[in-house]
Design a protein around this ligand. Structure first.
Ligand code: ADP
Ligand code: MG
Length: 483
């Protein structure tokens, strides 16, 4: 016995009382609840297309346009939907997910305008959830839209010289997607410099009003989803899903190197979306032209819009980031500690952040103020791993190149200032950047005595205080050696 829900639910059952409007209302609440739980983007991609079907006994049927969507919704949201239905109407104990029959299959619809209508049933218009409860279940939902991390916003991104251009481009795309010249937006830079952060910020900004559908995923996930679709013979649905979004963001594109079929698929998706006036945002660890291993035509297209690189952080930017995060935490962290961290952890903002978080957690836990000593103790392991592995040979080479002297002069007996001064700087840097002792350093500089090294360190320190141009030179060398 299967009945359409509007007034045709079997009379002899409790559910009969829930007929018609009541059922629709219950479904509206469930849909709103799902929306607030999974987030706007995920909701629009997977759940919005659900059509309320018939009720039969203790079972309610929900209809989906494709097998692919049905399977996905069943595996990812099936249990939750059952629970919510049961909470709304205790007599309903089971949820059956079905593919619509060809006759009532709606047009592919991910947007409100293209709402599928099945006679006798209607798409429930989901009222706005009361407040966007961010209560995302951290399960391995390997779906099209990874939920956006609510912490990665434009406001929480600290802007400095190395990232200001990328930031400005990201903002621009978030304000006006698909503007000529900004499509695709290609963000590139080293690990932990904020590429993912900026992409999430664009996504959050665009979906805040709920008008634009955004799909964000890593290139790796793209590949797995694609392979999965091939296996389950649902590539058409996969393509339809991808091509129905307004903004597609693919993170860490370098992952596709050597994955020819996936690259090909991405290339076609890319073209289809751009041709349809949709926005693409891509990130990678290198510029399009340096991504050898990606097909030429794809590289060419990737470089056609706006290419923005995020440079390695400077000491100043690292300090600003630490200051912002320390302030946000509410735990006072002395400037000395921030400077110490910014000096020690230079390559990756994620690690810098991790170190600071650990300090703050420690301070909170033990109720002790953050001090330099505590920092060295608490971060012992991290700092050790970051102990610069610069060699004295490297320092000598860089310094000789910088002042244009011969490498052999680092250990020669010549005392002319043109060679003696760079040699002192190299000793100073060796003391600063390596864990070698003064006698060890002396030996590497033509078997000089440790007092000579000590004198060099003092001399360079004094000079740096007096002569800013000289100090800048030394700082520059230090930075080059550290990176
Ligand atoms: P990437 O994707 O380039 O490897 P992420 O975007 O994941 O790097 O950034 C790593 C971490 O560092 C994140 O927690 C991010 O919030 C933080 N981060 C990076 N750059 C900045 C910045 N300029 N301001 C604030 N946080 C940043
Ligand atoms: Mg990333």
């Amino acid at each position: 016995m299967t009945a359409g829900f509007s007034g045709q639910v079997s009379d002899d059952h409790d559910v009969a009382h829930a007929a018609g409007g009541l059922l629709t209302e219950a479904w509206a609440r469930i849909a709103a609840r799902m929306k607030s739980e999974v987030g706007e983007v995920e909701y629009r991609t997977w759940l919005q297309q659900i059509v309320l079907g018939p009720v039969d006994g203790d079972e309610v049927t929900l209809l989906l346009p494709t097998r692919f969507l049905r399977d996905w919704v069943r595996s990812q949201y099936g249990d939750r939907l059952s629970t919510l239905w049961n909470q709304e109407i205790p007599a309903l104990r089971r949820v059956e997910l079905q593919v619509m029959r060809p006759g009532d299959r709606p047009a592919v619809a991910t947007t409100e305008q293209a709402a599928p209508i099945v006679p006798g049933r209607r798409v429930v218009d989901v009222p706005e959830a009361p407040a966007p409860v961010v209560e995302r279940v951290q399960d391995a939902r390997s779906d099209l839209v990874a939920p956006l991390d609510p912490r990665f916003t434009f406001d929480s991104f600290v802007v400095g010289k190395p990232n200001e251009f990328a930031y400005a481009c990201a903002r621009r795309v978030a304000e006006k997607p698909s503007s000529p010249g900004f499509n695709p937006l290609f963000l590139y830079g080293g690990v932990g410099l904020g590429k993912t952060h900026l992409m999430h910020a664009i996504g959050s900004e665009l979906t805040r009003e709920g008008r634009v559908s955004v799909a964000y995923m890593s290139a790796e996930k793209f590949m797995y989803r694609f392979i999965g679709a091939i296996r389950s013979q649902s590539t058409i649905e996969f393509k339809e899903q991808l091509r129905s979004v307004d903004v597609l963001m693919i993170d860490d594109l370098q992952f596709l190197i050597g994955k020819d079929n996936t690259q090909e698929e991405f290339f076609h998706t890319f073209n289809a979306l751009v041709d349809a006036g949709r926005q693409i945002v891509v990130s990678a660890d290198k510029s399009p032209s340096d991504l050898s291993g990606l097909e030429d035509r794809l590289r060419t297209r990737l470089g056609c819009g706006m290419v923005a690189d995020i440079h390695a952080t400077t000491f100043e930017l690292r300090i600003s980031i630490l200051e912002a995060k320390a302030t946000a935490s509410g735990v006072p962290v002395p400037a000395k500690v921030l400077e110490f961290l910014a000096h020690k952890i230079t390559t990756n903002v994620r690690e810098l952040e991790g170190a600071l978080n650990r300090l703050i957690a420690h301070a909170n836990l033990f109720g002790r103020p953050v001090t330099l000593e505590a920092t060295q103790e608490v971060l012992h392991d991290i700092l050790k791993a970051h102990d610069r592995r610069v060699t004295i040979e490297e320092i000598q080479r860089k310094v000789s190149e910088h002042w244009n002297i011969r490498l052999t002069d680092m250990s020669s007996a010549r005392r002319a200032r043109a060679v003696a001064r760079p040699r002192q700087v190299a000793m100073y840097l060796a003391k600063q950047l390596t864990s070698r002792s003064l006698p060890e350093i002396g030996r590497k500089f033509g078997n000089r005595d440790h007092t000579t090294v000590m004198h060099a360190v003092q001399r360079v320190t004094e000079l740096m205080e007096r002569d800013t141009a000289f100090a800048e030179d030394v700082e520059l060398l230090r930075r080059m050696l550290e990176s």
